[in-house]
Design a binder for this molecule. Structure first.
Ligand SMILES: *Cc1c(COP(=O)(O)O)cnc(C)c1O
Length: 223
């Protein structure tokens, strides 16, 4: 029996494909990160059955709890939310990719804990391109310095950039932010671009996203 989550995933994957093809890209270049914050283990199991493997969470504690409850170990966890330094040790033990590195202090902590377990931690730097004061991420002005510092840390592998545009019901409003992030990644020779959410992932793919973080379009509105 196919449930509603199954159907939504099929729909999102189809829209990812179409957006990629429209932009002259291969759909394989885009990874769907299913955002499971606040989502039940049952719903995650349905997404696993539908073939998804990469899941994004924004809290270390919640991820640990779900990991214990989920039978499948065939899951790739991504940290997409703001990471506090005092959670860095646990995060390194849990996450394949951390999307949200935004300070020297945090990157030093991650590097240290990764070294302790002999891991090379894959990371993205979150860039704050939006003027909204509430948004996390490093400013464009401080980005070159952080990139050069992180590049010297032996247990970090910087793969790309992430950003969150200001909230808007109109997907086209995100486009300039995504275009700017692509320009920055190009400037610094970085490959991965984590950008695009339920409301605007097609625009993000047209602008070069390699990872889209989609929650509510798969799991329904957040409680
Ligand atoms: C919640 C969240 C998403 C997913 O948002 P939806 O609009 O539900 O797709 C993506 N990125 C981050 C950082 C989030 O916190």
């Amino acid at each position: 029996m196919e449930g509603v989550i199954f159907e939504r995933i099929r729909d999102v994957l189809k829209r990812i494909s179409h957006a990629a093809l429209r932009a002259g890209r291969s759909p394989d270049e885009v990874t769907l990160v299913a955002v499971t914050k606040g989502v039940s283990v049952e719903a995650i199991n349905e997404a696993l059955e539908a073939g998804l493997r990469v899941f994004g969470e924004n809290r270390v504690q919640e991820t640990l709890k779900k990991q214990k409850e989920l039978v499948s170990k065939n899951i790739i966890w991504h940290m997409i939310g703001h990471l506090q330094r005092n959670k860095a040790r646990q995060a390194v033990g849990l996450f394949d990719l951390i999307h949200s590195v935004d300070s020297l202090a945090l990157s030093e902590a991650i590097n240290r804990y990764a070294a302790a377990i002999d891991k090379t931690q894959r990371i993205l730097i979150e860039v704050k391109l939006s003027p909204e004061p509430s948004k996390t991420g490093i400013s464009k002005e401080h980005l070159p310095e952080l990139i050069s510092e992180v590049s010297g840390m032996p247990n970090l592998r910087l793969e790309g950039l992430m950003t969150m545009p200001p909230y808007s019901p109109e997907p086209e409003h995100s486009r300039p932010y995504y275009r700017e992030l692509r320009g920055l990644a190009k400037e610094f020779g970085l490959k991965e671009l984590s950008m695009g959410m339920s409301g605007d992932f097609e625009v993000a793919i047209e602008e070069g996203a390699t990872m889209v973080r989609v929650g509510s379009a798969i799991f329904g509105g957040r409680r």
